[in-house]
Design a protein around this ligand. Sequence first.
Ligand code: URA
Length: 433
Amino acid sequence: MRMYDIIAKKRDGYKLTESEIRYFVDGVTSGEIPDYEISALLMAMFIRGMDDEETSVLTDAMANSGDSVDLSGFGDLSVDKHSTGGVGDKTSLIISPIVAALGCKVAKMSGRGLGHTGGTVDKLESIPGYRTSVSPEEFIGITEKVGLSLVGQSGNMAPADKKLYALRDVTATVNSIPLITSSIMSKKLAAGAKNIVLDVKVGSGAFMKTPEDAESLALSMVNIGKRCGRKVSAVLTDMNTPLGCAVGNSLEVTEAVGVLKGEVHGELRDVCIVLASEMVSLVYGIPEDEAEKKVLDVLDSGAAYEKMKEWISASGGDVSYVENTELFAKAEYEKTVVSPTDGYITGMNAEKIGTASVILGAGREKKSDLIDHSAGIIISAHTGDYVKKGEVLCTLYTNKEKSLDCAERLYLDALELGEKMSEKSPTVYKIIR
Ligand code: URA
């Protein structure tokens, strides 16, 4: 087999065979195929597309290109959730203890933040002592004992995706549905859960800017997951505005604890209830309304909050920070951003707000950057709210005083203010099963 022939075949719009796709992924993983040939095939795949059969072979080959997690000991109870990435998205911190309190097994590997979106691992590391890097035995052991373990990604999961993603990033071939599907689903398959709920974000802060594009991606991922033997569903949720009020690591943990304690309501809690219900419904094969009732029961009884404490403690974290979030170190500098005029907030560009939080120190622009866990933004006024001139829009927190002005400019630039209230986007657009 020759890469030259495979590239020419896809360039001319033909379907690739299973052995051609596996030859390609094997060569990418071993490093035998040069970057220029990989990039040429990626571009041909981007332009010509791939059908479900090709995409599912590509996904399976990438999933098996490195380490995988064996969760077979948990039978049908293992469940994972994946978010396509957002600003202020702390849903994993809330949903995981909810579903674990209902007997599901969550052995979850999460990422770090990069660019304008945050990462669950960084958020958890704001809790002193929490260990995001543990041995595979401990990872499974904590899940067995508590029902939930959440750690960083192992070094050698889906290495073919790592290589392909890095090349897609620099060859303008990221935004292809079969390539995104195989990239995301290969990592989810390698992570081992039988049941997978995908939170596909839609809007200005998301990868997919329109509900139509998000739906196409969701359909493709659900389809491929099923072909690869998993139970999968996708929830299309809004990312036109940051989720909840907090953006930044310990600030987001505080908000997540607030939801579990029953102190925080609104869209964040609503999205978490939908996602958790979907997970419980998949695991136990029960209707969505029955699953939602169970979810509300463990939220209202405090069982999910107790599960969070059990989980944090089993992972080495100092649980007193969960019991009293006032213990989190405060950033040295804070500044309130006020409205320059009267009007309705008609839009909030989540990407710009995420970038403002990065500037304050809450995220990283390069992989090697250090995170300031206390930095970030607390949003006081959201899309749809009416604000008066001088009214507080948000508060910025940082240990880098000089970043305040720039973050303030960016935050104001992210907002659209108008005289008429605009139609608010739905919190949940659609569920695809
Ligand atoms: N996230 C991924 O992991 N892969 C993609 O291709 C896009 C988003």
